[in-house]
Design a protein around this ligand. Structure first.
Ligand SMILES: [Zn+2]
Length: 397
């Protein structure tokens, strides 16, 4: 029975779709920005029997089915470290969300597509591509906060309530496709966009409202964690919006549920300001964070100063000196230092930033790498300048 068959397939697609690829066009991000008490991870708290029963409602069941469909379609990444990071951050946010009682799950879809999605009931996914795309825990937290907000704010349930039973799967499929900002990208987009529906202005309207609410609620959750700087949401959306512009994909027209990138970015910026969040994009970029690493061996004492993944230089003065330099370097960058502010002083061994002596390469430091001190200083200055330049080019500064 071909009819029956194709209908099943269609239903399967719709279900998978209902998946709410809500995250898509790129909303989200966040960053460490303060300390504060935070509640323990909430999701462990299996609700008591009665509450649990209440939560396993139609909505959660639907989400569970869609999750199963999705996981038949996509392989999951089982990397222990990546999953631990994802769950740690996800659970911290879920605990302060509007629905802390859900049993949230956080999984990684094995695709290079940059995306994230959330299903009713708290089944949350990010793609492998998204994990590579984010530049800090704060940005990942922003993505997750946005997705968690869709579940915690019951966006799918509310959408379904607006529609007749007959339209529900269709609607959900459409919404998912719509919310998937990057329809032109493969994979998820194709699967979800399978249905050619026509529903629209209204769906559009709802979709935009849902996106705006998810962005805002995401910011609120992040603030509540007292740990993740919500500016991370902003920086991810900005980069995704920029990438979309460059890609010049198909015009989405009425199907464009995600607010156009720039408008969305501006709305977020205003919202962050209204929440008294200070917007410093550099604060949520690991590549612009300096750190110190002890590299001592039995024979010698030494420590590296790093900026992001790059080694700036190694000092024989040990870890405390490396930490001092790293802290000062981070601060000067946060304060807005640019590539042109990086110099080597007249003594040829002192690296300065904004006219301030950051460190001097000593003969002992130079001996560690077997090069002249002046050469080491030059290389260090070049590396710092290069990273600042890259940040500028990538518009995160
Ligand atoms: Zn969304």
């Amino acid at each position: 029975m071909p009819g029956h068959n194709s209908r099943l397939r269609w239903l399967g697609q719709a279900l998978a779709a209902l998946v709410l690829v809500i995250g898509a066009a790129g909303p989200w991000g966040s960053a460490a920005w303060g300390t504060g008490a935070r509640p323990g991870a909430a999701q462990k708290e299996a609700p008591a029997a009665s509450a649990g029963a209440a939560k396993e409602d139609d909505e959660v069941r639907l989400g569970r089915q869609a999750a199963a469909a999705l996981e038949r379609e996509y392989k999951l990444v089982r990397n222990v470290q990546q999953l631990a990071r994802l769950r740690r951050i996800g659970e911290e946010i879920a605990a302060v969300s509007d629905e802390p009682g859900y049993r949230y799950t956080f999984k990684i879809l094995d695709t290079e597509e940059v995306n994230a999605l959330s299903l009713p009931g708290g089944f949350t996914y990010v793609t492998k591509g998204m994990l590579s795309y984010v530049r800090s825990d704060e940005e990942l937290a922003g993505v997750l906060a946005h997705e968690i907000a869709h579940a915690a704010k019951h966006h799918v349930r509310d959408l379904r309530r607006r529609e007749s039973a007959a339209n529900q799967y269709v609607i959900i499929g459409v919404l998912s496709a719509l919310l998937l900002g990057r329809l032109h990208s493969s994979g998820l987009g194709n699967m979800l966009f399978g249905a050619e529906i026509v529903k629209t202005a209204y769906l559009n309207q709802y979709g935009q409202e849902a996106e705006t609410e998810a962005d805002r609620a995401g910011v609120e959750y992040l603030i509540k964690t007292g740990k993740y700087n919500p500016v991370g949401i902003l920086t991810v959306i900005e980069r995704l919006a920029r990438d979309e512009e460059r890609q010049a994909g198909p015009q989405l027209g009425v199907f464009r549920t995600h607010p156009p990138g720039r408008q969305r970015v501006e709305a977020l910026e205003s919202y962050l300001r209204a929440q008294n969040v200070s917007i410093n994009r550099r604060a949520v970029q690991d590549q612009l964070r300096a750190s110190a690493r002890d590299t001592s061996t039995d024979d010698r004492s030494a420590a590296q100063v790093r900026l992001g993944e790059e080694v700036i230089y190694e000092t024989a003065a040990g870890l405390p000196e490396a930490q001092r330099v790293a802290a000062r370097l981070s601060q000067l960058i946060l304060d807005g230092a640019e590539m042109r502010d990086v110099r080597v002083a007249d003594d040829e061994v002192t690296v300065t930033l904004r006219g301030e002596a950051l460190f001097s390469v000593t003969p002992a430091d130079a001996a560690l790498v077997g090069k002249p001190a002046a050469e080491v200083a030059q290389a260090a200055a070049r590396t710092i300048a290069h990273l600042l330049w890259r940040a500028f080019v990538e518009q995160v500064s």
